[in-house]
Design a protein around this ligand. Structure first.
Ligand SMILES: [Zn+2]
Length: 105
């Protein structure tokens, strides 16, 4: 279960019952039961014995922190599709490639 939580910094963060990797996307359940995709940021606190892991939310607008879905390099700012029709975010180099050369896995 992944929910929102208020961090010490005053910003909203992610509270998870399992460890999440920085830069991955996770589905967060809101209090009203609706779900939203968020990108996992830096881990700010954890207590594995109680299964509590707190993370910052990575803002999509900060291009430097967004990994390219094709090559994994940071600096992805272009919305692209891959060969199977998945929509993702690419770096400038991958955005110049043909769609059928990309695979977001
Ligand atoms: Zn790339």
């Amino acid at each position: 279960m992944v929910t929102y939580c208020k961090l010490k910094s005053g910003n909203w963060g992610i509270r998870s019952d399992s460890d999440l990797a920085d830069g991955t996307t996770t589905v967060v359940t809101k209090r009203d039961g609706t779900q939203k995709k968020e990108r996992v940021g830096k881990k700010v606190w954890s207590k594995p014995a109680d299964k509590v892991f707190l993370f910052e939310i990575k803002q999509a607008k900060t291009a430097r922190a967004t990994a390219c879905d094709n090559c994994g390099r940071f600096g992805a700012i272009h919305e692209c599709q891959d060969s199977s029709g998945l929509t993702g975010v690419c770096c400038s180099a991958c955005a110049r490639m043909g769609r059928f050369e990309r695979s977001f896995g």
